[in-house]
Design a protein around this ligand. Structure first.
Ligand SMILES: *Cc1c(COP(=O)(O)O)cnc(C)c1O
Length: 236
């Protein structure tokens, strides 16, 4: 990037971030829930300079999906100690160690095997890893996430695991023009979340909604949205 492009992007990222927050606040005001909604800035595939721009504009929570790319970025930005890194991508078991060592949140845990590995691999000198269980609520064959029937067993293991801290649920819903159906999926997730919170009082996070669908997600009770494109622009 040339210095001019960088400067242009700096203005843009701060402005885009501010627009994204405006959308979130507006949706929050129209929501029947009193939860405060957090915004995770999804920086996967985007260069470090843009993350720094967002950081300079006040953003502290960032989401990444590809392990090697993420670890490189985390190491380059290690002086910014107040960044909270969330892993949100599919997890291959041979990559779980890097995730356990470098992130503070993992939103995409969808099977016992991965939960066990993360618990064993989380270094003892670090705080327990905050975990969201990813649920495949629309039972979309192409999406990762556990089935609802698997949720209890997974939640119970994570809640008992010494190096894991069960914080809630995450979902990615299929792209659909059927807004009613989409809203129903989000509402089903909120119902599961309320049930889980009742069983495990430390549960406080329901992560759903992206650039395309953050309004219906917040209306249905999301308290964390994951925004990539609207802040950092389209990905290749
Ligand atoms: C990429 C990604 C996002 C961000 O999606 P946008 O449509 O770019 O806002 C959110 N959540 C997950 C799990 C992702 O992989």
């Amino acid at each position: 990037m040339t210095p001019n492009e960088l400067k242009y992007n700096m203005v843009t990222i701060a402005e885009r971030l501010s627009c994204a927050y405006d959308r979130v606040i507006k949706a929050e005001q129209n929501s029947p829930f009193s939860d405060t909604v957090q915004l995770l800035a999804v920086s996967k595939t985007k260069p470090i300079e843009l993350i720094e721009d967002a950081y300079d504009a006040g953003q502290r929570q960032f989401g990444e999906s590809y392990v090697q790319e993420a670890v490189d970025k985390i190491q380059q930005l290690k002086d910014k100690k107040d960044i909270e890194w969330h892993f949100i991508g599919p997890i291959q078991s041979n990559k779980s160690r890097h995730i356990a060592e470098h992130f503070s949140w993992v939103q995409s845990v969808d099977r016992l095997k991965i939960a066990k590995r993360l618990n064993e691999q989380r270094p003892n000198n670090l705080m327990p890893l905050n975990i969201l269980i990813q649920v495949n609520i629309s039972e979309d064959e192409n999406k990762s996430g556990c089935q609802l029937s698997e949720l209890d067993e997974l939640a119970s293991f994570i809640a008992d695991a010494r190096q894991l801290n069960l914080r809630g649920l995450m979902t990615i819903t299929e792209k659909t023009d059927d807004e009613q159906k989409q809203l129903q999926y989000f509402q089903q997730m909120r119902a599961c979340f309320d049930k889980l919170k009742h069983q495990y009082p430390q549960v406080d996070t329901l992560s759903m909604g992206m650039s395309q669908d953050l309004e219906p997600a917040i209306t249905a009770g999301a308290n964390m949205v994951r925004i990539g494109t609207d802040i950092f622009g389209k990905r290749q």
